[in-house]
Design a protein around this ligand. Structure first.
Ligand SMILES: [Zn+2]
Ligand SMILES: [Zn+2]
Ligand SMILES: [Zn+2]
Length: 348
């Protein structure tokens, strides 16, 4: 890769009263600009030079890495806790009901656990997307329009493609960056967006299943409410409904005192998985809507600032975006061609 001998920031000087001479970081050609123009696009290579962009302080980088590692550890511990806790608390109940039900539950649990852990590992430990390397810095090497809309990344000290963003938590440029997710300790970009969405889908399915099974198992092992419920028959007069609800609630709390450690764990699993599935479902809905619109979270933020761009983006809304994202296009077209061939055979 060709690079300029001095740093681009050193080349931006020579300011005059009306016009000033500066150098395009992309191709190295010198240009005269009016003093008010701090951002310009090179007529030859198409690279954008922005003199307003200042490099931010990188003091917090260590803290961000530490924060990401803490979140990542908490998420991993929580996942193993739900899987092992669920096995310990739910399995005895399910197997006591019937062997067939127990085997079916084991198969579902294994599939959901393997899917969630695999997609989580792919999203968290895979590079989120490296922008392509490109020649830059000197005129004969860089052809016309080679760096169209490229900007210079002051952190990585190399060109940043129009679809790339620099992540200050990861310390590098990420292609098609959606957002930096501290819970996976990684950016969500071109290379791991699919794994991230699949992780959320399997996490939503798993938390749904855990909360349903926690309620089912609790129902089987909850201490009896019968002695209190017998008193409900004697309630008459005004506010009957309210008094019945009150009695049931008190009976529920009183019997909870006699819950075993298994029962308490089931209660915790239900509360944790239920609240988690609400948050994850909202995130999944937001992510799928953005994919449908053909945007990433960051490109959506920038298009909101620019209304004209938003109108252009409006046309891109299509279910094909979702089909393309999940790689279903090939399978769908293959299925359609098989269907077409079979129909032809039937017709002849
Ligand atoms: Zn240039
Ligand atoms: Zn960068
Ligand atoms: Zn990042």
């Amino acid at each position: 890769m060709a690079s300029s001998s001095s740093s681009p920031e050193e080349q931006y000087g020579n300011e005059a009263t009306d016009n000033y001479e500066t150098t395009c970081w992309g191709c190295g050609l010198r240009v005269m600009l009016p003093s008010c123009a701090s951002v310009f696009k090179c007529g030859w290579c198409g690279a954008i030079t922005d003199h307003n962009k200042k490099k931010h302080d990188e003091k917090c980088f260590g803290w961000r890495v530490l924060r990401d590692r803490c979140f990542l550890s908490v998420v991993m511990v929580f996942m193993f806790f739900v899987i092992l806790g669920g096995v310990w608390a739910i399995y005895p109940v399910v197997f006591s009901v019937s062997l067939l039900w127990g085997i079916f539950h084991s198969i579902i649990t294994t599939i959901l656990s393997i899917a969630t852990i695999s997609f989580f590992s792919l999203a968290a430990f895979r590079c989120a997307g490296t922008p392509p390397n490109i020649l830059w810095g000197s005129y004969p090497t860089v052809g016309k329009g080679d760096l169209d809309n490229y900007r210079f990344c002051h952190y990585c000290l190399k060109p940043k493609s129009p679809r790339a963003h620099h992540c200050r938590s990861c310390g590098k440029c990420i292609l098609d960056m959606d957002h930096h997710c501290p819970f996976i300790g990684n950016c969500v970009g071109a290379a791991n967006h699919y794994s991230f969405i699949c992780f959320i889908i399997s996490a939503v399915l798993s938390t749904n299943y855990v909360s349903i099974m926690a309620v089912y198992s609790s129902w089987h092992m909850w201490p009896p409410l019968s002695h209190t419920l017998g008193r409900l028959k004697g309630i008459t007069g005004r506010d009957v409904a309210w008094r019945i609800m009150n009695e049931i609630f008190i009976a529920f709390l009183r019997s909870a005192l006699f819950l075993s450690s298994r029962g308490l764990l089931l209660l915790y699993l239900f509360i944790a998985s239920f609240s988690l599935q609400i948050g994850l479902s909202v995130l999944l809905w937001q992510q799928l809507s953005l994919i449908y619109e053909g945007k990433t979270y960051l490109s959506n933020l920038s298009s909101q600032e620019d209304n004209e761009e938003e109108e252009e983006e409006e046309e891109k809304k299509d279910c094909q975006n979702l089909v393309r994202f999940f790689g279903l296009q090939y399978s769908v077209s293959r299925f359609l061609s098989i269907f077409h061939v079979t129909r032809k055979r039937h017709d002849t």
